[in-house]
Design a binder for this molecule. Structure first.
Ligand code: ADP
Ligand code: MG
Length: 557
């Protein structure tokens, strides 16, 4: 048995560094269960449309108000290793499908809570892991069975799905407007892959936010918003029928790599030198002019003299545009990004109905909009305060992700805990087909799934026992879309209530939560190396175990 210290012929043998902490067996498991369950406890009250928000204050005093599971956990700075694994669950769900982060943590917490009950009855964790894995596999089959295939071009339906993901957020009052924007944006950038399916790259949707106004002022821009101003006061601030050149080299005279010194003793020489520079810059601008461009968006700098010539030519220019924005501009306007001005021709130019510098609160931003069939668009989020726009941003992210999920995989289920209740019901019957103690684990898995409708009911202020019995009885009569309607505090058909979610989210929640719970269940030994710089004692010297006080269940033999 691996242990920190063992004895050989009466001599203690140190295997690990002094100060290392170890906890083993039931003790280690119990610690991990407790930490993981605590994390679930924290986010639990934020689940669903009636969930509460969390106010997170960081060390600098910055405040974040959110209801988003992934954000809550990210901001929390969790220390315990098992708790960290729960944070990972939320992160992985967020990356994969974007929504369902709170659900996955609540479910993983419930899985561990139920597992602990079995462990206390001396069921071996590996039996539970087997039972859970089998149950998860069956659960996926069940949810896939009831999923409804949809038409990805059905805009109204997509809006309902986007709206469901936003209805559990701070911005739910404005979700009708926002969901429309989100669906329009996602459909606009969706591209057909070779196999006929749709692919959405959300990088092509630029989300800019600015506190001020109200959420209702949030807009979809068929083009790109740049948080930069027009570079020179003499340039036009508004160009209709824009012909846009995207340049990723500097409109400046290149400085040499080496430091060089030019000695001039004649003032005339000096003038010649400056004239030459001037001529070079002018010829750059001439090249742009002759291509027919009336807007230049440059990734690098633009020299003062070049600015002067550009403004004389009536060209609107913006400098130091981010590379990623230049890329989006290419997709939105159809322009080709040019490296070398010598290559610039009219064919490389993109077009937009309007390029205009506008004041957004105190800043001046350039809007490139009215692009024809743009493959990149922008969403400009507005809202009463920085905290509101930040939370709106996170909610829009979730909604964009679920819309992407269903466009790419057009299968949906109802929400409100309906699929969870349905799977739990079916799993309980299926459990009897399982042999031995794994059956117990499958039953517990079903109980853990019930934590989703149960938590939704609790957060809505409904009586948990009455609600769950009504839900189970309706489910067992075959009403598979029965769930918790949090808006009206009733148990009803959630599909008819238009509370709709992507199948992909439910699948990911089941997978990630089960994986994390099983991983935590398998751990029976936690060895934490010490960071302390204690001087190493004499070899085999005692006293080095001082740091282990309070670590119960230590196996010192
Ligand atoms: P998550 O991070 O897991 O998405 P949310 O706070 O967004 O957490 O809550 C999602 C849960 O709320 C899902 O189970 C979803 O079906 C449910 N839900 C959303 N809108 C409603 C509604 N109007 N009535 C009942 N349940 C809803
Ligand atoms: Mg959600």
């Amino acid at each position: 048995m691996a242990s920190i210290q063992t004895t050989a012929g009466g001599m203690p043998v140190l295997i690990l560094k002094e100060g290392t902490k170890e906890s083993k067996g039931k003790e280690a498991q119990r610690n991990n269960f407790t930490a993981a369950k605590l994390i679930a406890e924290i986010v639990k009250t934020s689940l669903g449309p009636r969930g509460m928000d969390k106010m997170l204050v960081d060390t600098l005093g910055d405040v974040t108000i959110t209801n988003d599971g992934a954000t809550i956990l990210k901001e929390m700075d969790v220390q315990h290793p098992a708790a960290k694994m729960m944070v990972e669950v939320a992160k992985s769900v967020d990356n994969e499908v974007g929504d369902g982060t709170t659900s996955s943590v609540v479910f993983a917490g419930a899985l561990l809570e139920k597992a602990e009950e079995l462990v206390n009855k001396d069921v071996h964790p590996s039996v539970i892991v087997d039972g859970y894995s089998a149950a998860a596999e069956q659960a996926l089959k069940l949810v896939q069975k009831i999923a409804v295939k949809i038409d990805p071009t059905d805009k109204e339906l997509l809006i309902k799905i986007a709206k469901t993901s936003m209805d559990s957020k701070l911005v739910s009052d404005d979700s009708p407007i926002l969901s429309q924007i989100v669906v329009d944006a996602t459909r606009q950038v969706a591209e057909k892959a070779e196999d006929g399916t749709l692919k959405v790259d959300l990088d092509n949707i630029k989300v800019e936010k600015k506190a001020g106004g109200s959420i209702r002022d949030t807009k979809l821009i068929k083009g790109v918003v740049l948080d930069k101003e027009v570079v020179h006061a003499g340039m036009p601030k508004r160009v209709e029928g824009a012909k846009i050149a995207l340049v990723n080299s500097a409109l400046e005279i290149e400085k040499t790599e080496m430091s060089a010194e030019i000695r001039i003793n004649d003032p005339q020489q000096m003038q010649m030198f400056l004239d030459e520079e001037n001529k070079m810059l002018k010829s750059m601008v001439d090249k742009i002019k002759s291509s027919g461009a009336n807007v230049v968006l440059c990734q690098k700098g633009i020299d003062d003299i070049a600015q002067h010539y550009l403004s004389k030519a009536g060209i609107l220019a913006v400098r130091r545009v981010k590379e990623s924005d230049l890329f989006k501009l290419g997709k939105a306007t159809g322009a080709r990004i040019v490296n070398n001005l010598d290559d610039l021709t009219s064919k490389d130019l993109g077009s937009a109905e309007l390029v205009e510098e506008r004041k957004v609160e105190t800043d001046k931003w350039v809007f490139i909009e009215g692009c024809k069939n743009p493959k990149a668009v922008s969403i400009l989020i507005r809202g009463g305060s920085q905290r509101v726009v930040d939370e709106a941003d996170r909610s829009i992210h979730d909604a964009l992700m679920v819309t992407k999920d269903v466009l790419e995989k057009p299968l949906i289920v109802a929400g409100g805990g309906a699929p969870e209740a349905y799977i739990a019901n079916e799993l309980r019957q299926w459990a009897s087909s399982q042999e031995g103690r794994a059956q117990l684990a499958v039953m517990k898995f079903a109980d853990a799934l019930d934590s989703i409708p149960l938590t939704l009911a609790e957060n809505t202020g409904m009586d948990p026992i009455d609600t769950m019995t009504e839900l189970r009885s309706k489910q067992s009569k075959g009403a598979k879309w029965t769930g918790i309607d949090c808006r009206n505090a009733t148990v009803t058909d959630m599909y008819k209530q238009n509370v709709l979610e992507p199948l992909a989210v439910k699948e990911q929640v089941i997978k990630s939560a089960t994986e994390a719970a099983c991983m935590i269940l398998r751990i029976d030994d936690v060895i934490a190396s010490s960071k302390s710089k204690m001087p190493a004692g004499p070899p085999g010297g005692g006293g080095g175990m001082g740091g282990m006080g309070g670590m119960g269940g230590m196996d010192m033999e």
